[in-house]
Design a protein around this ligand. Structure first.
Ligand code: ADP
Length: 365
């Protein structure tokens, strides 16, 4: 089957006076596994339903394989959608649920038989055709919903929070299955999730939405390592943010007054030297695992930012322990790998913290 692209160009959708999607632009590549990630209410489902044809945009264009399908009804679009609730017919067998779309399309009996059998085989449910949905586990129901959608051979597959009804272990297993199935079919797939781990572990690329605005599009690594703004930095993983004020700027470094901590020198590339104004508020951001406990140094140097802090509390996360550290009037997180038998740092312990300046990004406020 031909792999197709999906493009949103300047898409705007409002319910009455409430703008839910604001000038959305996305270029989803043929065969891509693409995640729409964002907090609840950010417009993810609205965008997915718009691509399916259940919502209509007021402005912009929706192109599939280069053709504007914005005016087509959902059933005229060659797009399959798996709903969060699975929406299986409870009175129909698994086989009849999967066959449903083909019956509607009046496919001949032999083709129907072979396509349903192939779809059930693909999701590993060949032996379950005669069961009713309520005789299946959550994961199996999810697979029936998938089989029912892919049996009609859509050009684009849309998944709305496909794994949110499953427990944690099954969710991790199913997301790998889903990805393997998508790779086998090569079908352009767009899936909605509010779970950044789910998006990061499966997506080729993802878009982060907030309040109907696409904040950034990129690979999971790009978004994690080079977030475009403070929202993405905080939504994709955990980020330390320290408020600071620009004291002076030089060709190769800035002098910052980190609130309640003191002055630090931060190297910048020469092209960035005119991006800041004196007294401008900025945020220094770095990941909790980029912080290490080091020896005391009299001053920060060009390669390392040194901060004094005091342990306030900790959260045990299994492979690591996350410490909450007070630094002056602010606080930050420090992740330390956990090994059996190594004691935890206790509250009140004074620490010298080091952060490599290569791991620090500055955001303007
Ligand atoms: P998400 O999927 O990211 O949780 P939604 O796309 O469901 O977000 O919703 C985005 C915003 O649009 C929310 O503020 C929601 O209240 C609003 N919204 C969704 N559907 C409707 C509707 N039919 N009428 C009015 N507002 C709606």
């Amino acid at each position: 089957m031909k792999k197709v692209s999906v493009q949103c160009r300047n898409i705007r959708l409002a319910y009455g006076s409430t703008e839910v999607l604001k000038n959305v632009n996305l270029n989803i590549q043929p065969g891509e596994f693409f995640a729409l990630l964002g907090p609840s209410g950010s417009g993810k489902s609205t965008l997915l339903r718009l691509i399916a044809g259940f919502n209509k945009h007021q402005n912009g264009e929706l192109l599939v394989d280069g053709r504007d399908i914005g005016q087509q009804e959902p059933w005229d679009r060659n797009i399959g959608m798996v709903f969060q609730s699975y929406a299986l017919w409870p009175h129909l067998s698994v086989w009849d649920n999967v066959a449903f779309g083909l019956v509607e399309r009046k496919v001949d009996k032999a083709t129907l038989q072979s396509k349903v059998a192939a779809a059930l085989e693909l999701v590993g449910l060949s032996a379950f055709g005669q069961r009713k949905p309520n005789q299946l586990s959550g994961g199996q129901q999810q697979r029936v919903a998938l089989a029912r959608t892919i049996v009609i051979e859509p050009q684009v597959l849309l998944l709305d929070e496909p794994l949110s009804n499953l427990d944690k272990t099954l969710r991790v297993q199913m997301r790998q299955e889903l990805l393997a199935l998508q790779r086998r079919l090569g079908i352009t797939t767009i899936f909605v999730t509010h779970d950044q781990e789910e998006a990061m572990t499966t997506a080729d690329r993802m878009a982060v939405l907030d309040q109907g605005v696409v904040q950034q599009v990129g690979t999971p690594t790009e978004l994690y390592d080079e977030p475009a703004n403070a929202f993405v930095a905080n939504f994709v993983g955990t980020m330390n943010m320290l408020d600071a004020k620009v004291r002076s700027q030089h060709t190769d470094h800035l002098v910052l007054d980190v609130m309640g901590v003191g002055e630090v020198k931060l190297p910048i590339s020469s092209g960035d030297s005119n991006l800041y104004n004196i007294d401008q508020m900025v945020q220094l951001s770095f990941r909790p695992h980029a912080v290490s406990v080091g020896s005391a140094q009299s001053a920060s140097n060009d390669a390392t930012l040194c901060i004094q802090g005091t342990v306030e509390g900790s959260e045990f996360m299994g492979e690591s322990t996350r410490y909450r550290i007070r630094v002056g009037s602010q606080s930050l997180s420090l992740d330390q790998p956990h090994y059996a038998g190594v004691p935890k740092l206790t509250a009140g312990t004074a620490l010298n913290l080091n952060v490599s300046t290569t791991q620090i990004r500055l955001f303007t406020v």
